[in-house]
Design a protein around this ligand. Structure first.
Ligand SMILES: Nc1ncnc2c1ncn2[C@@H]1O[C@H](COP(=O)(O)OP(=O)(O)O)[C@@H](O)[C@H]1O
Ligand SMILES: Nc1ccn([C@@H]2O[C@H](COP(=O)(O)OP(=O)(O)O)[C@@H](O)[C@H]2O)c(=O)n1
Length: 207
């Protein structure tokens, strides 16, 4: 079974993806980490985030097994990821890797921006997870503050809005809800309620 989860920044895709994967005994890939890792490679190499050729080379060299969550989770890398994610060469270089992950015999859960639309259009269940920008900023602000990041709530909200705008309006694989995806608005749901609603959607789609 393949479960595709898409949605805007900090909507809870990763949290749900992880729990859904555990619930159904599937592997989980947070595809945002791939774009964050490409941005990280460029920054480490001292290259500008506008260098599409270097970004595509970094994407082709990426190893899914070595993605370091701690280094990649910061706010700076989220904003940088959304810049390199707009390059067609970067996206093309990451398609096969994501499809290969989804092709394991038992299936998988993938979360990102274009899973239900481009990477796994035939997924058995598709969710589009969202919440108001303020609520998402609130959640991400708490998460970053607990990591010791001095970023303010207003900066987090501005980053989320800028990223949503860039991700929705890019020419290649923009963020959008697949026609056959179920919308899950978690603005007024805690993590457990969102998880229960997500399981109900997956069960209904696969029964
Ligand atoms: N329904 C929810 N209610 C409250 N907090 C949530 C909810 N879903 C996720 N979170 C928290 O919000 C933050 C962002 O969630 P995350 O799963 O990383 O989102 P995404 O993968 O979409 O960026 C995390 O700190 C997570 O624990
Ligand atoms: N499948 C995906 C996943 C992420 N991305 C890009 O990578 C950036 C970081 O993604 P993420 O999922 O780690 O971001 P958060 O939602 O966790 O803040 C996004 O803003 C997108 O620009 C993408 O274009 N396609």
């Amino acid at each position: 079974m393949i479960v595709a989860i898409d949605g805007p920044a900090a909507s809870g895709k990763g949290t749900l993806g992880k729990r859904i994967a555990r619930h159904y005994g599937l592997a989980h890939l947070d595809t945002g980490l791939l774009y964050r890792a490409v941005a990280y490679q460029l920054i480490q190499a001292g290259k500008p985030l506008t260098d599409e050729a270097e970004a595509a080379i970094a994407a082709r060299k990426l190893d899914v097994e070595t993605l370091d969550d701690e280094t990649l989770r910061g706010a700076e890398m989220g904003a940088a990821a959304s810049k390199v994610a707009a390059f067609p060469g970067v996206r093309a270089a990451l398609v096969q890797l994501q499809r290969a992950f989804a092709a394991r015999p038992e299936g998988a859960v993938l979360d990102g921006r274009d899973i239900g639309t481009v990477i796994c259009p035939d997924a058995d269940a598709k969710l589009f997870v969202t919440a108001s920008a303020e609520e998402r900023a609130n959640r991400r602000f708490k998460e970053l503050a607990s990591r010791g990041d001095p970023i303010t709530f207003d900066e987090v909200l501005a980053d989320i809005r800028a990223r949503d705008e860039r991700d929705t309006n890019r020419a290649v694989s923009p963020l959008r809800q697949a026609e056959d995806a179920a919308l899950l608005d978690t603005t007024k749901m805690d993590i457990d309620a969102a998880f229960r609603a997500a399981v109900a959607i997956v069960d209904a789609a696969t029964s």
